[in-house]
Design a protein around this ligand. Structure first.
Ligand SMILES: [Zn+2]
Length: 172
């Protein structure tokens, strides 16, 4: 039998915590557990999710690295900073991209270009500013002309359009 793995309190490192609330989230793919540390009283949340496959990402350099859902979430969150996009929307986005990667790829390897393209397409529909930010970081823009090229692809008929229809972009 596997040993029961306890969760460490992020504040005092104690392994003695009590679950106060569990709830399934986002189509039951995630379970969030609210915990209270018995040692210092701090409250924190742990997230449990079903892992279908262990994805591997092939970088442009050919190097392989394990798919990192947290890294994906951080890069999207950074792009959405100070924009009208909530944490829940970001989590939903990450979940849908992760699921698509898991289900639409024939083997367990995805290219970083595919991941970047999926994020860019999703962000374009969510928030064009976040889209530009993400693409500029992901593609390591170094010149103003790089921005101009991308921005020219975004239709400007409706400035505050949250949903903008654009022919499928091919950026990566
Ligand atoms: Zn603690």
């Amino acid at each position: 039998m596997l040993p029961y793995i306890t969760m460490r309190c992020p504040y005092c490192n104690s392994t003695d915590s009590r679950v106060t609330d569990s709830r399934p989230d986002i189509e039951d793919a995630i379970i969030r557990r609210r915990r209270v540390c018995e040692q210092c009283g701090a409250k924190f949340t742990t997230v449990e999710r079903v892992q279908m496959r262990d994805l591997v990402v092939r970088k442009n350099s050919g190097k392989l690295e394990p798919f990192d859902r947290e890294k994906l979430r951080r890069s999207i969150k950074l792009a959405c900073r100070n924009r009208d996009v909530g944490d829940e929307q970001i989590e939903r986005l990450v979940t849908s991209i992760h699921r698509r990667l898991e289900t639409e790829t024939p083997d367990d390897t995805v290219t970083s270009a595919l991941v970047g393209q999926m994020v860019a397409d999703s962000l374009l529909n969510l928030d064009p500013i976040a889209f530009v930010r993400f693409v500029s970081v992901y593609r390591k823009f170094s010149r103003v002309a790089d921005f101009k090229k991308i921005i020219d692809q975004i239709p400007e008929d409706n400035d505050d359009a949250v949903v903008c229809k654009l022919p499928k972009t091919s950026l990566f």
